[in-house]
Design a protein around this ligand. Sequence first.
Ligand code: ADP
Length: 375
Amino acid sequence: MTATSATITEALKSVKGPDGKDIVTSGKLSGIVVTGGKVFCSLTVDAAEAQAWESVRRQAEEVIKATPGVASVLIALTAEKRPGSPSAAPQAASQGGPGSQPAAKAAPGVPGVKAIIAVASGKGGVGKSTTAVNLALGLQSLGLKVGVLDADIYGPSMPRLLALKGKPELLGGRTLKPMEAYGLKVMSIGFLIDEDTPMIWRGPMVQSAITQMLREVDWAPLDVIVVDMPPGTGDAQLTLAQQVPLAGAVIVSTPQDLALIDARRGIAMFKRVDVPVLGLIENMSYFLCPHCGERSDIFSHGGARREADRWSVPFLGEIPLELKIREMSDSGKPIVASEPDGSYAKIYKDIAAKVRATLEGSAGKRAAPKIVIES
Ligand code: ADP
């Protein structure tokens, strides 16, 4: 028998909240997603009552598990920002009038993790994930303990980029042990869901999956977690930028104008939620001929540097369009790990050094990045 959101909803009518009402009719339950026997949903409750709801969440998980056709279940408890307030639209956070309080508080940090940074892009296919993983390895080469959180729910790529298979181990309770590759601790939504099964993600689902990957994974101790964000600047990304306690964000763009317009949206999005933009990276910036070594600027390169200047954000570097970067990436051996002394690794390591300098300058707090903009 196949489980559907209707059968799950029916089963959950037997679960009552601390208020004595069942969780379906009380409206606490949202966005049930069932895919290949895996069930995801969230319970949105008043923050002050979160403790009391934890046992309800567990009970609901047991009920779902016992439903025919269910292989696994994940229910997240999400707290409403303000009791009684309508669910705060992310946009509302930074639009208060003069003297008004910000609607949302900064998300709490992750114990034992000094800083969390996002790698984002205005659109897909610009090499965001490739850059994220090589940047993480670059930070590691500087002596930092590094984790990678693949939050790209639309196309998780860390399992492929790091040739990781299997499921993370459960360490007791609800804590998952991160997977490991090249000394990096790694968590990806791709480990939890079937990569080939298309999933429809609804707002609360995105939030709860990310919250769990951040807070119910044994990350500590780490100097930095690099978050590979979903591409784009829609609501899901904005919510993530607010939910994850980010010390800063790095934006990846290709030189083409269109991508730059998208990058601009990315910069604006992080500024709107008060996350410092650590800088802009131009990926697939120029082409080095593998035969003669001649450099060609196939896509009017340099646009990202100009854009960074215009937006007063640091320019972090240019990464060439290079077959080897793609081949290594796609075969699960990122170039910084497979050719650590090569010229491409050096580019990522130099970018990593700038990112680290900025993070140290701001001590991982949401302060303005202290970085010199190169002319
Ligand atoms: P995104 O995360 O933005 O969707 P990916 O990192 O998955 O992008 O990259 C998209 C494709 O481009 C992949 O096949 C990847 O190997 C390739 N790629 C990324 N950066 C480079 C580069 N600098 N040179 C050549 N290929 C690249």
